[in-house]
Design a protein around this ligand. Sequence first.
Ligand code: ATP
Length: 310
Amino acid sequence: NGLIVSFGEMLIDFVPTVSGAVAGPGLGGNAAFIGKLGDDEFGRMLAGILKENGVSTDGVTFDGGARTALAFVTLRADGERQFMFYRNPSADMLLAPHELNFHLIRSAKVFHYGSISLIAEPCRSAHFKAMEVAKDAGALLSYDPNLRLPLWPSAEEAREQILSIWEKADVIKVSDEELQFLTQTNIVDDECAMSLWHHNLKLLLVTLGDRGCRYYTKNFKGAVDTYQVKTVDTTGAGDSFVGALLCKIVDDQFIIQKEERLKQVLRYACACGAITTTKKGAIPALPTHSQVLTLLDGPKRTRRSFSFRS
Ligand code: ATP
């Protein structure tokens, strides 16, 4: 199996009504995480959770002087989240280029990252270096900006930095809200999504919550429905969606070139995203293969319009 290496931050999500839920890279299969944790109970707990889920921690370093990042997440009645972050600075922001596990990065077939690691030095330089090394070694670069606006000094800075690495990615996944933010348009549609296309891109995905997702490649575009579930918390749906997609792409990059095969994989990814919304927290709700197969036979949600989630 090809190796998926995920670069970035892990943090502790405190979700009201449960003692603690953890959001992580959400990647099954042959996966590794690169990032820095605090040398504290929370850091050790996160590393333990990676290991329990079969994710290599060979790229994880611990900082003796800084704490693991914390996020307090409040859930609105519709299952959407509001974040409050404690990072001043947290250990993830202190990962320096010389601490990177280059051997691990060079063995990645897929190198996946977000944008939170672009906010502060030295992690920003480490992010650039890791991307460059992965690309030179022939990895497919996968980018999920995962916009967390409260962490940035300003919205302008966030947009500028997120777009500064846009053209390096082979696969990009954004949510409808991120699409709106990045393109600065009120109404998102295919034209708006295509304005984010770049000449080296192989696949652009826009996730639409309970409306499924839309996909764009050089040769075709379309929509895939998601599945009907009882949603209680949307935390981790995007990560789970991307994780499932990358697990398929890592072993067969030609999926992107064949529309029917891509749609099949995206249905699988939507089912994974849907299952993740049925439990509080991200990791406790990670889908199993058999749960996904059961859902794939179940009723679909057929609201595919590009209009915003309600
Ligand atoms: P997050 O930031 O919460 O991790 P996101 O905003 O990046 O997520 P979403 O669009 O919310 O990503 O979800 C990703 C995918 O998960 C969707 O494309 C969809 O297939 C599935 N999904 C999300 N929410 C629901 C839901 N309420 N019902 C069914 N499927 C859902």
